[in-house]
Design a protein around this ligand. Structure first.
Ligand SMILES: *Cc1c(COP(=O)(O)O)cnc(C)c1O
Length: 413
Protein backbone atom coordinates (compact mmCIF):
# COMPACT_ATOMS: atom_id res chain seq x y z
CA UNK A 1 0.00 0.00 0.00
CA UNK A 2 1.23 3.49 -0.74
CA UNK A 3 1.11 6.11 1.91
CA UNK A 4 -1.21 9.03 1.31
CA UNK A 5 -1.09 12.22 3.27
CA UNK A 6 -4.19 12.53 5.42
CA UNK A 7 -6.56 15.42 4.78
CA UNK A 8 -6.31 18.32 7.23
CA UNK A 9 -7.62 17.43 10.66
CA UNK A 10 -10.89 19.08 11.48
CA UNK A 11 -12.19 18.88 15.01
CA UNK A 12 -15.81 19.88 15.51
CA UNK A 13 -17.16 22.21 18.13
CA UNK A 14 -18.70 20.03 20.84
CA UNK A 15 -20.36 20.81 24.12
CA UNK A 16 -17.70 19.88 26.66
CA UNK A 17 -20.03 18.94 29.51
CA UNK A 18 -17.92 16.46 31.41
CA UNK A 19 -15.55 16.53 34.37
CA UNK A 20 -13.01 18.40 32.22
CA UNK A 21 -11.64 19.73 30.04
CA UNK A 22 -14.19 22.48 30.19
CA UNK A 23 -15.33 24.98 27.68
CA UNK A 24 -12.23 27.08 26.90
CA UNK A 25 -13.07 30.73 27.24
CA UNK A 26 -13.20 32.74 24.00
CA UNK A 27 -10.89 35.34 25.54
CA UNK A 28 -8.31 32.65 26.23
CA UNK A 29 -8.44 31.32 22.67
CA UNK A 30 -8.09 34.83 21.30
CA UNK A 31 -5.03 35.47 23.44
CA UNK A 32 -3.55 32.16 22.22
CA UNK A 33 -4.16 32.95 18.55
CA UNK A 34 -3.11 36.61 18.75
CA UNK A 35 0.28 36.05 20.32
CA UNK A 36 3.16 36.64 17.95
CA UNK A 37 5.95 34.14 17.52
CA UNK A 38 8.54 34.86 20.19
CA UNK A 39 11.06 32.64 21.88
CA UNK A 40 11.03 31.67 25.52
CA UNK A 41 13.63 34.28 26.53
CA UNK A 42 11.93 37.20 24.79
CA UNK A 43 11.17 40.01 27.24
CA UNK A 44 7.37 40.01 27.05
CA UNK A 45 7.17 36.22 27.36
CA UNK A 46 9.32 36.38 30.50
CA UNK A 47 7.31 39.32 31.84
CA UNK A 48 4.09 37.38 31.16
CA UNK A 49 5.40 34.44 33.17
CA UNK A 50 6.32 36.67 36.10
CA UNK A 51 2.86 38.28 35.97
CA UNK A 52 1.23 34.83 35.87
CA UNK A 53 3.17 33.90 39.00
CA UNK A 54 1.83 36.95 40.85
CA UNK A 55 -1.74 36.34 39.63
CA UNK A 56 -1.55 32.70 40.69
CA UNK A 57 -0.46 33.64 44.20
CA UNK A 58 -3.41 36.02 44.40
CA UNK A 59 -5.97 33.50 43.05
CA UNK A 60 -4.69 30.72 45.26
CA UNK A 61 -4.41 32.97 48.33
CA UNK A 62 -0.79 32.25 49.15
CA UNK A 63 2.51 33.88 50.00
CA UNK A 64 4.36 30.70 48.98
CA UNK A 65 7.30 31.98 46.93
CA UNK A 66 7.34 28.68 45.04
CA UNK A 67 4.03 29.23 43.25
CA UNK A 68 4.27 28.85 39.48
CA UNK A 69 3.05 26.48 36.78
CA UNK A 70 4.28 23.45 34.89
CA UNK A 71 3.88 23.01 31.14
CA UNK A 72 1.22 20.40 30.54
CA UNK A 73 -1.87 19.08 32.28
CA UNK A 74 -2.80 18.03 35.79
CA UNK A 75 -0.53 14.98 35.84
CA UNK A 76 2.44 17.20 34.95
CA UNK A 77 1.79 19.33 38.04
CA UNK A 78 1.19 16.21 40.15
CA UNK A 79 4.42 14.60 38.93
CA UNK A 80 6.24 17.77 39.90
CA UNK A 81 4.61 17.81 43.33
CA UNK A 82 5.47 14.14 43.92
CA UNK A 83 9.07 14.61 42.73
CA UNK A 84 10.28 15.25 46.30
CA UNK A 85 9.05 11.81 47.41
CA UNK A 86 12.10 9.55 47.45
CA UNK A 87 12.49 5.76 47.48
CA UNK A 88 11.72 4.43 50.94
CA UNK A 89 9.89 7.58 52.09
CA UNK A 90 7.02 6.82 54.41
CA UNK A 91 3.77 7.90 52.76
CA UNK A 92 0.04 7.61 53.50
CA UNK A 93 -2.28 8.11 50.50
CA UNK A 94 -6.06 8.31 50.68
CA UNK A 95 -7.73 7.03 47.51
CA UNK A 96 -11.48 7.44 46.98
CA UNK A 97 -11.82 7.28 43.22
CA UNK A 98 -10.15 7.15 39.81
CA UNK A 99 -7.86 10.13 40.17
CA UNK A 100 -6.67 9.73 43.73
CA UNK A 101 -6.16 6.06 42.77
CA UNK A 102 -3.71 7.12 40.04
CA UNK A 103 -2.10 9.56 42.47
CA UNK A 104 -1.58 6.66 44.89
CA UNK A 105 0.02 4.64 42.07
CA UNK A 106 2.32 7.59 41.33
CA UNK A 107 3.33 7.71 44.98
CA UNK A 108 4.09 3.98 44.97
CA UNK A 109 6.23 4.53 41.85
CA UNK A 110 8.12 7.41 43.50
CA UNK A 111 8.65 5.70 46.87
CA UNK A 112 9.47 2.21 45.57
CA UNK A 113 13.01 0.92 45.98
CA UNK A 114 14.83 -0.47 42.92
CA UNK A 115 14.00 -3.99 44.14
CA UNK A 116 10.32 -3.14 44.46
CA UNK A 117 10.35 -1.69 40.93
CA UNK A 118 12.00 -4.80 39.53
CA UNK A 119 9.46 -7.05 41.25
CA UNK A 120 6.48 -5.26 39.70
CA UNK A 121 7.59 -2.58 37.22
CA UNK A 122 4.15 -1.22 36.25
CA UNK A 123 2.61 -1.30 39.71
CA UNK A 124 5.35 -1.43 42.32
CA UNK A 125 4.16 -2.37 45.80
CA UNK A 126 6.22 0.03 47.87
CA UNK A 127 6.34 -1.21 51.44
CA UNK A 128 6.75 2.35 52.70
CA UNK A 129 3.47 3.53 51.14
CA UNK A 130 0.15 2.87 52.87
CA UNK A 131 -2.86 3.36 50.62
CA UNK A 132 -6.14 3.81 52.47
CA UNK A 133 -8.96 2.90 50.08
CA UNK A 134 -12.21 4.74 50.69
CA UNK A 135 -15.18 3.33 48.72
CA UNK A 136 -16.38 5.10 45.56
CA UNK A 137 -18.77 7.91 46.39
CA UNK A 138 -17.61 8.37 49.98
CA UNK A 139 -15.46 11.26 51.17
CA UNK A 140 -12.13 11.16 52.96
CA UNK A 141 -12.97 12.49 56.42
CA UNK A 142 -10.80 14.39 58.88
CA UNK A 143 -11.34 11.63 61.46
CA UNK A 144 -9.99 8.99 59.11
CA UNK A 145 -6.95 11.14 58.28
CA UNK A 146 -6.33 11.85 61.97
CA UNK A 147 -6.50 8.19 62.99
CA UNK A 148 -4.33 7.03 60.09
CA UNK A 149 -1.61 9.64 60.56
CA UNK A 150 -1.55 8.99 64.32
CA UNK A 151 -0.96 5.31 63.60
CA UNK A 152 1.56 5.53 60.75
CA UNK A 153 3.44 8.80 61.38
CA UNK A 154 4.53 9.19 57.73
CA UNK A 155 6.70 11.90 56.20
CA UNK A 156 4.07 12.64 53.52
CA UNK A 157 0.29 12.35 53.36
CA UNK A 158 -1.77 12.67 50.20
CA UNK A 159 -5.42 13.35 49.37
CA UNK A 160 -7.43 14.76 46.45
CA UNK A 161 -9.29 17.93 47.34
CA UNK A 162 -12.16 17.11 44.97
CA UNK A 163 -12.21 13.52 43.65
CA UNK A 164 -13.55 14.03 40.15
CA UNK A 165 -14.08 10.31 39.59
CA UNK A 166 -17.06 10.22 41.93
CA UNK A 167 -17.69 13.96 42.29
CA UNK A 168 -16.80 13.91 45.96
CA UNK A 169 -15.41 16.75 48.13
CA UNK A 170 -12.87 15.59 50.70
CA UNK A 171 -12.20 17.22 54.06
CA UNK A 172 -9.38 19.68 53.37
CA UNK A 173 -9.61 21.32 56.80
CA UNK A 174 -9.47 17.99 58.62
CA UNK A 175 -6.59 16.82 56.42
CA UNK A 176 -4.54 19.98 56.97
CA UNK A 177 -5.17 20.00 60.73
CA UNK A 178 -4.17 16.35 61.09
CA UNK A 179 -0.99 16.95 59.05
CA UNK A 180 -0.09 19.87 61.32
CA UNK A 181 -0.76 17.88 64.50
CA UNK A 182 1.42 14.98 63.40
CA UNK A 183 4.13 17.03 61.71
CA UNK A 184 3.41 15.45 58.34
CA UNK A 185 3.81 17.23 54.99
CA UNK A 186 0.44 17.16 53.23
CA UNK A 187 0.19 16.95 49.45
CA UNK A 188 -3.05 17.87 47.69
CA UNK A 189 -4.39 17.09 44.21
CA UNK A 190 -6.34 20.31 43.61
CA UNK A 191 -6.78 19.64 39.89
CA UNK A 192 -10.55 20.10 39.85
CA UNK A 193 -11.02 22.72 42.58
CA UNK A 194 -8.72 25.56 41.51
CA UNK A 195 -10.70 28.31 39.79
CA UNK A 196 -14.02 26.83 40.96
CA UNK A 197 -13.83 26.86 44.76
CA UNK A 198 -13.08 29.98 46.77
CA UNK A 199 -10.32 28.92 49.14
CA UNK A 200 -6.87 30.15 50.18
CA UNK A 201 -3.81 27.92 50.40
CA UNK A 202 -2.46 29.85 53.37
CA UNK A 203 -5.50 28.89 55.47
CA UNK A 204 -4.23 25.27 55.34
CA UNK A 205 -0.74 25.30 56.87
CA UNK A 206 -0.53 21.50 57.14
CA UNK A 207 -0.33 21.26 53.37
CA UNK A 208 3.14 21.55 51.86
CA UNK A 209 2.38 20.95 48.19
CA UNK A 210 -0.50 21.71 45.82
CA UNK A 211 -1.00 20.71 42.19
CA UNK A 212 -3.70 21.72 39.73
CA UNK A 213 -4.38 22.00 35.98
CA UNK A 214 -5.25 24.61 33.35
CA UNK A 215 -8.26 23.08 31.63
CA UNK A 216 -10.84 22.69 34.37
CA UNK A 217 -11.60 25.69 36.59
CA UNK A 218 -9.21 27.98 34.70
CA UNK A 219 -10.94 27.48 31.31
CA UNK A 220 -7.60 27.18 29.50
CA UNK A 221 -7.29 23.94 27.51
CA UNK A 222 -4.91 25.16 24.79
CA UNK A 223 -2.32 23.04 26.43
CA UNK A 224 -0.80 25.52 28.78
CA UNK A 225 0.28 25.52 32.40
CA UNK A 226 -0.62 23.39 35.40
CA UNK A 227 -0.30 25.45 38.62
CA UNK A 228 1.71 24.24 41.62
CA UNK A 229 2.53 25.79 44.98
CA UNK A 230 5.00 24.67 47.65
CA UNK A 231 5.77 25.82 51.18
CA UNK A 232 9.30 26.59 52.31
CA UNK A 233 9.24 23.31 54.28
CA UNK A 234 8.62 21.34 51.09
CA UNK A 235 11.42 23.17 49.28
CA UNK A 236 13.79 22.66 52.24
CA UNK A 237 13.07 18.93 52.13
CA UNK A 238 13.68 18.83 48.38
CA UNK A 239 16.92 20.75 48.86
CA UNK A 240 18.25 18.09 51.22
CA UNK A 241 17.09 14.99 49.31
CA UNK A 242 17.19 16.09 45.65
CA UNK A 243 14.82 14.51 43.13
CA UNK A 244 15.19 12.05 40.26
CA UNK A 245 14.19 14.57 37.62
CA UNK A 246 15.51 17.69 35.98
CA UNK A 247 12.41 18.91 34.17
CA UNK A 248 9.93 18.43 37.04
CA UNK A 249 12.17 19.50 39.92
CA UNK A 250 10.31 22.48 41.44
CA UNK A 251 13.53 24.31 42.36
CA UNK A 252 14.83 24.13 38.78
CA UNK A 253 11.47 24.85 37.18
CA UNK A 254 10.78 27.89 39.35
CA UNK A 255 13.82 29.67 37.92
CA UNK A 256 12.12 30.29 34.59
CA UNK A 257 9.27 31.95 36.52
CA UNK A 258 11.73 34.30 38.24
CA UNK A 259 12.01 32.44 41.56
CA UNK A 260 15.55 31.78 42.79
CA UNK A 261 16.54 30.71 46.33
CA UNK A 262 13.05 31.52 47.58
CA UNK A 263 13.20 35.09 46.25
CA UNK A 264 11.50 36.77 43.33
CA UNK A 265 13.96 37.99 40.75
CA UNK A 266 13.12 40.35 37.94
CA UNK A 267 13.48 37.92 35.07
CA UNK A 268 13.42 34.19 34.62
CA UNK A 269 16.40 32.14 33.52
CA UNK A 270 16.32 29.15 31.18
CA UNK A 271 14.78 25.91 32.37
CA UNK A 272 13.05 24.67 29.23
CA UNK A 273 11.37 26.10 26.14
CA UNK A 274 8.13 27.88 26.90
CA UNK A 275 5.51 28.82 24.35
CA UNK A 276 4.57 32.47 24.01
CA UNK A 277 1.16 31.33 22.76
CA UNK A 278 0.60 29.26 25.88
CA UNK A 279 1.88 31.98 28.20
CA UNK A 280 -0.49 34.51 26.60
CA UNK A 281 -3.47 32.15 26.91
CA UNK A 282 -2.69 31.21 30.51
CA UNK A 283 -2.15 34.87 31.41
CA UNK A 284 -5.58 35.72 30.02
CA UNK A 285 -7.27 32.89 31.91
CA UNK A 286 -5.79 34.18 35.17
CA UNK A 287 -6.88 37.75 34.39
CA UNK A 288 -10.36 36.43 33.67
CA UNK A 289 -10.48 34.56 36.99
CA UNK A 290 -9.39 37.65 38.92
CA UNK A 291 -11.80 39.93 37.07
CA UNK A 292 -14.77 37.65 37.70
CA UNK A 293 -13.49 36.96 41.24
CA UNK A 294 -13.42 33.52 42.79
CA UNK A 295 -16.11 34.51 45.28
CA UNK A 296 -18.57 35.26 42.50
CA UNK A 297 -17.54 32.36 40.34
CA UNK A 298 -17.82 29.79 43.09
CA UNK A 299 -21.27 31.11 44.09
CA UNK A 300 -22.32 30.89 40.45
CA UNK A 301 -21.18 27.26 40.21
CA UNK A 302 -23.29 26.40 43.24
CA UNK A 303 -26.34 28.10 41.81
CA UNK A 304 -26.14 26.42 38.41
CA UNK A 305 -25.21 23.02 39.83
CA UNK A 306 -28.38 23.15 41.92
CA UNK A 307 -30.52 23.82 38.84
CA UNK A 308 -28.93 20.94 36.93
CA UNK A 309 -29.17 18.65 39.97
CA UNK A 310 -32.86 19.42 40.50
CA UNK A 311 -33.64 19.02 36.79
CA UNK A 312 -32.08 15.55 36.52
CA UNK A 313 -33.71 14.58 39.83
CA UNK A 314 -37.05 15.60 38.30
CA UNK A 315 -36.20 13.18 35.46
CA UNK A 316 -35.91 10.37 38.00
CA UNK A 317 -32.11 10.29 38.33
CA UNK A 318 -30.33 10.05 41.66
CA UNK A 319 -27.42 12.47 42.16
CA UNK A 320 -24.68 11.08 44.42
CA UNK A 321 -22.01 13.81 44.14
CA UNK A 322 -21.41 17.06 46.02
CA UNK A 323 -18.98 18.93 43.72
CA UNK A 324 -20.32 22.26 42.40
CA UNK A 325 -18.80 21.89 38.92
CA UNK A 326 -19.93 18.31 38.26
CA UNK A 327 -22.86 16.03 38.99
CA UNK A 328 -22.52 12.26 39.15
CA UNK A 329 -25.78 10.36 38.89
CA UNK A 330 -27.56 7.05 38.66
CA UNK A 331 -30.12 6.74 35.86
CA UNK A 332 -33.78 6.11 36.76
CA UNK A 333 -34.26 2.46 37.87
CA UNK A 334 -35.86 1.39 34.54
CA UNK A 335 -32.71 2.51 32.67
CA UNK A 336 -30.16 1.14 35.14
CA UNK A 337 -27.34 -0.69 33.38
CA UNK A 338 -27.64 1.42 30.22
CA UNK A 339 -25.33 4.26 31.35
CA UNK A 340 -22.67 3.54 28.72
CA UNK A 341 -25.24 3.41 25.93
CA UNK A 342 -26.69 6.75 26.99
CA UNK A 343 -23.26 8.39 27.28
CA UNK A 344 -22.22 7.06 23.87
CA UNK A 345 -25.42 8.33 22.23
CA UNK A 346 -24.80 11.77 23.69
CA UNK A 347 -21.13 11.86 22.73
CA UNK A 348 -21.96 10.80 19.16
CA UNK A 349 -24.05 13.97 18.91
CA UNK A 350 -21.30 16.23 20.28
CA UNK A 351 -22.84 16.40 23.75
CA UNK A 352 -19.68 15.49 25.64
CA UNK A 353 -20.81 13.94 28.93
CA UNK A 354 -18.89 11.11 30.60
CA UNK A 355 -19.29 7.83 32.41
CA UNK A 356 -17.35 7.15 35.60
CA UNK A 357 -13.99 5.58 34.76
CA UNK A 358 -14.03 3.04 37.56
CA UNK A 359 -16.85 0.93 39.01
CA UNK A 360 -19.73 1.47 39.58
CA UNK A 361 -20.78 2.89 36.20
CA UNK A 362 -22.49 6.24 36.66
CA UNK A 363 -23.06 9.26 34.44
CA UNK A 364 -21.07 12.49 34.91
CA UNK A 365 -22.26 15.88 33.64
CA UNK A 366 -20.10 18.96 34.17
CA UNK A 367 -20.73 22.67 33.85
CA UNK A 368 -17.18 24.05 33.63
CA UNK A 369 -17.43 27.58 32.22
CA UNK A 370 -21.13 27.01 31.39
CA UNK A 371 -22.38 29.43 33.99
CA UNK A 372 -25.46 30.92 32.38
CA UNK A 373 -29.10 30.11 31.79
CA UNK A 374 -28.75 29.20 28.11
CA UNK A 375 -25.85 26.83 28.63
CA UNK A 376 -27.38 24.97 31.57
CA UNK A 377 -30.81 24.82 29.91
CA UNK A 378 -29.22 23.35 26.81
CA UNK A 379 -27.48 20.68 28.88
CA UNK A 380 -30.74 19.85 30.67
CA UNK A 381 -32.70 19.55 27.39
CA UNK A 382 -30.05 17.44 25.68
CA UNK A 383 -29.95 15.09 28.65
CA UNK A 384 -33.76 14.82 28.71
CA UNK A 385 -33.65 13.94 25.01
CA UNK A 386 -31.10 11.21 25.69
CA UNK A 387 -33.30 9.68 28.41
CA UNK A 388 -36.33 9.69 26.10
CA UNK A 389 -34.26 8.14 23.34
CA UNK A 390 -33.61 5.12 25.59
CA UNK A 391 -37.34 4.78 26.23
CA UNK A 392 -37.39 6.63 29.55
CA UNK A 393 -40.10 9.13 30.36
CA UNK A 394 -39.44 12.80 30.99
CA UNK A 395 -42.09 15.33 31.87
CA UNK A 396 -40.77 18.12 29.65
CA UNK A 397 -43.30 20.67 30.95
CA UNK A 398 -42.11 20.09 34.50
CA UNK A 399 -38.50 20.54 33.35
CA UNK A 400 -39.30 23.77 31.50
CA UNK A 401 -41.25 25.04 34.52
CA UNK A 402 -38.30 24.27 36.74
CA UNK A 403 -35.89 26.15 34.45
CA UNK A 404 -38.27 29.09 34.20
CA UNK A 405 -38.86 29.27 37.94
CA UNK A 406 -35.13 29.17 38.70
CA UNK A 407 -33.95 31.45 35.95
CA UNK A 408 -37.02 33.51 35.14
CA UNK A 409 -36.59 36.13 37.81
CA UNK A 410 -33.98 35.47 40.43
CA UNK A 411 -30.80 34.57 38.54
CA UNK A 412 -29.42 36.77 35.82
CA UNK A 413 -28.73 34.80 32.66
C1 LIG B 1 -8.56 15.71 35.75
C2 LIG B 1 -7.90 15.26 36.99
C3 LIG B 1 -6.59 14.76 37.00
C4 LIG B 1 -5.80 14.52 35.73
O1 LIG B 1 -5.46 15.69 35.10
P1 LIG B 1 -4.98 15.74 33.57
O2 LIG B 1 -5.20 17.19 33.29
O3 LIG B 1 -5.82 14.80 32.79
O4 LIG B 1 -3.55 15.41 33.51
C5 LIG B 1 -6.01 14.42 38.20
N1 LIG B 1 -6.68 14.57 39.36
C6 LIG B 1 -7.94 15.05 39.41
C7 LIG B 1 -8.64 15.19 40.72
C8 LIG B 1 -8.59 15.41 38.22
O5 LIG B 1 -9.84 15.89 38.26
Amino acid sequence: MTFQIFPPLEIPQTLAAGPGPGNTDARVLKAFANAGVADHMQGDVLRGMVECKHMLRKIWGTQNAYTFAVAGTGWSALDTMFSAVMPGDKVVAFANGTFSGIDALTLRIKAATPEEHAANPMAPQAASVTVIEVPHGQPVTGDLVEATLAQHKPKWAFMAHWETGSGRINDLRGFSDACERHDVMGLIDAVSSLGVDDFSIDDFPGIAGWASCPQKGLCCLPLTYAPVSFTDAYIASLRTTGAYTYVHNPIFEARHWGIVDGQDVEKGTYHRTHSGYAVAAFHESLRLTLQESLAKRSASYRTHEKVLRDAVTEMGCEVTSDMPSLIVLNLPPDLAGREMELVQNCRARGFGIWPTLSEPVQVRIGILNQLNRDAVSRIVRLFAEAIRELGGTVNQDAIEDLLESRYGTSIAA
